[in-house]
Write a protein that binds this ligand. Structure first.
Ligand SMILES: [Zn+2]
Length: 270
């Protein structure tokens, strides 16, 4: 089956959105530093959560740059994600320096003074090696998360002819199992797959990613099965196809079935 492959292209606009992302990251670093000052020494958990949140925000900034810059290429997305993560991380130290009123002490002197003085909590004093340890830990919380989330946007389905990102719609086809789906999958007939009916205990979870302008789309399908162990219910997913190209007929069938499903839910109960 023909599946979605990113084209590896990026709009020239991506240079601008990526550069803007770096500038925004440098500004957000100031807010992060203010938040960290508020929590350090008061709540140890927050001292972990705030860097993770910051990493997620930096990742979100690159993700937005990828979307608005129409980047469908892995390497430029990765470079932007690394630049935003490293700038966001490094500039937060500079903000720390600026937010302290330290007169004519230079930035590097400030860092070594900070290492020596450390942080005080109620019962203990963390300085020297501990400061380096916490700085390293902080970097490990912020940077990898920012890169992982930031580089994720490029591989999403994109309609090359309309220059639009696809929109995701979901549909649960109840009563259909992967065995029911097998003949339609083997025949590569996505329309037949979408129109399946059955009385199995499983559900066929469909996800269509569709161009908002034309009849182009990709279908992902998985079987969902609920299992109960003790008092807990888990949902097992069994992937069947990922981003298989849909024909215009399959897209129409998807819309029809989804609308019927929504209509069913809206019907008043007698
Ligand atoms: Zn299109």
């Amino acid at each position: 089956m023909d599946t979605y492959q990113p084209s590896g292209r990026a709009s020239p606009l991506f240079f601008a959105t990526a550069a803007l992302a770096v500038v925004v990251a440098a500004a957000v670093a100031g807010l992060y530093q203010l938040a960290m000052r508020g929590v350090i020494g008061f709540d140890l958990r927050a001292a972990f959560v705030v860097p993770l949140l910051y990493g997620a925000v930096l990742g979100g900034i690159t993700w937005a740059a990828t979307r608005y810059g129409h980047c469908r290429a892995a390497r430029p997305a990765l470079i932007a994600a690394v630049a935003v993560a490293l700038v966001g991380w490094a500039v937060s130290y500079y903000w720390d320096y600026r937010l302290h009123d330290v007169g004519d002490v230079s930035f590097w002197e400030f860092l070594s003074l900070k290492r020596v003085s450390g942080w005080k909590s109620k019962s203990s004093h963390w300085d020297g090696g501990w400061v380096v340890f916490f700085w390293t830990l902080e970097a490990l919380l912020v940077v990898p998360l920012a890169i992982a989330l930031g580089r994720a946007g490029w591989s999403a389905p994109y309609c090359e002819s309309c220059r639009r990102w696809a929109r995701k719609l979901t549909l649960d086809v109840r009563g259909v199992s992967r065995d029911d789906a097998r003949p339609a999958l083997d025949a590569g007939d996505l329309r037949a797959l979408i129109e399946l009916r059955g009385d199995s205990v499983t559900t066929l979870a469909l996800e269509a990613e569709l161009c908002p302008k034309c009849a182009t789309g990709w279908l992902t399908a998985a079987e969902k099965r609920n299992t109960t162990t003790g008092k807990q219910t888990h949902t097992l997913h069994h992937a069947l196809i990922k981003r298989a190209r849909m024909s215009p007929e399959a897209i129409e069938a998807f819309h029809d079935r989804r609308n019927a499903d929504i209509g069913q839910k809206l019907k008043p109960i007698n």
